[in-house]
Design a protein around this ligand. Structure first.
Ligand code: NAD
Ligand code: UDP
Length: 311
């Protein structure tokens, strides 16, 4: 049986990826220090003999695994709300943590996938963003701990491919949402839905004209799986996301309507360096991975609303 390691496996996206890999017949090592993830996300897997949870901090600990064929590196807090309090943890898990894992991959001759982010494009001046776009990133600001450490992680992957012939690929994940996103995560979809359910004001930052494109988590993990296992992915970078673009004010109104909420909408300052537009060009993923998102925004939001109502 082939063995995979998922770092950040008790997190939002990581736990859905573990579900998928177990369903596909792999043995799954799920590594997480539970900084922003939780055991509850993997509760249904813990009794499975093909699943092993390891409470390990990638920054501090040696990773003790006898054999592994594929490594998916997803460990890193991802919400801008965490960029202030977890800045050092974020910078280090993407730098030192990635280095530790790359060494493990070389040692075990495992194939490697690095979960990077659309944040490597910063506040993009090219629209939509293609993988070839080099970005517009601030190295000295509130988002730098995340943006620059992900960029550095990409560089480490480049170095390890060249130096050790490591079989590796990068994915750049765009805004993803769905069940198991922390309720108090601070990201826009979880904020708006929970505010609407509780009849509290929906907190739009800035004038709400800024855009994002949202991918439902089941589509995302299918894309991540294909980026590892499809032919022709070695050494490549793939944008993974849903190219349907929304203004934040329109998202707020949509969620208000879907939850039948009487909440007001309030406006406050736009956070520093908040990107004004973001939308992936996914042509490369379509062509090489034969992948594109299938879940419509209304369907994905409905499932997410039901999840938050249930917890
Ligand atoms: P998440 O916070 O739910 O998951 C991250 C997981 O990593 C958590 O379970 C956390 O406990 C774990 N972790 C953090 N530091 C660790 C360490 N030092 N050692 C071991 N485990 C550690 O976030 P998510 O949204 O599921 O994001 C997963 C990955 O996807 C991240 O790498 C993130 O950068 C990337 N990503 C996510 C999005 C998104 O919209 N959700 C967008 C772009 C990129
Ligand atoms: N945002 C908002 N209200 C909130 C949370 C976020 O208007 O309660 C905005 C935020 O300023 C950004 C967009 O929604 O423009 C997406 O923010 P999120 O934190 O979800 O992710 P980002 O794409 O910025 O990493």
């Amino acid at each position: 049986m082939e063995k995979v390691l998922v770092t950040g496996g008790a997190g939002f996206i990581g736990s859905h990826l573990c579900d998928l890999l177990i369903a596909k017949g792999f043995f799954v090592y799920c590594l997480d220090n539970l900084l922003t993830g939780k055991r509850g996300n993997i509760k249904s897997l813990e009794s499975n003999p093909n699943f092993k949870f390891m409470n390990v901090d990638l920054i501090k600990n040696r990773i003790d695994i006898p054999e592994v064929n594929y490594i998916f590196h997803l460990a890193s807090p991802a919400s801008p709300a965490d960029f202030k309090n977890l800045s050092e943890e974020i910078a280090l898990v993407n730098s030192l943590g990635t280095l530790n894992l790359l060494k493990l991959a070389v040692d075990k001759k495992a194939k490697f996938l690095m979960a990077s982010t659309s944040e490597v494009y910063g506040d993009p001046e090219e629209h939509p963003q293609k993988e070839s776009y080099r970005g517009n990133v601030n190295s000295f600001g509130p988002r730098s701990c995340y943006d620059e450490s992900k960029r550095f992680a990409e560089t480490l992957v480049y170095i390890y491919r060249k130096k050790f012939n490591l079989d590796a690929r990068l994915i750049r994940i765009f805004n993803t949402y769905g069940p198991r996103m922390r309720k108090n995560d601070g990201r826009v979809v979880s904020n708006f839905i929970n505010q609407a359910i509780l009849e509290r004001p929906l907190t739009v930052y800035g004038n709400g004209e800024q855009t994002r494109s949202f991918c439902f988590v089941s589509d995302m993990v299918t894309g991540i799986f294909k980026a590892m296992f499809s032919k022709g992915t070695e050494g490549e970078i793939f944008n993974l996301g849903n190219p349907e673009e929304y203004k934040m004010i329109d998202l707020a109104n949509k969620i208000k309507k879907m939850t039948e909420s009487n909440s007001k909408i309030t406006y406050s300052d736009l956070p520093e360096d908040d990107p004004s537009r973001r939308c992936p060009d996914i042509l490369k993923a379509k062509e090489i991975l034969n992948w594109e998102p299938k879940v419509k925004m209304d369907e994905g939001l409905q499932k997410t609303i039901e999840y938050y109502r249930s917890i």
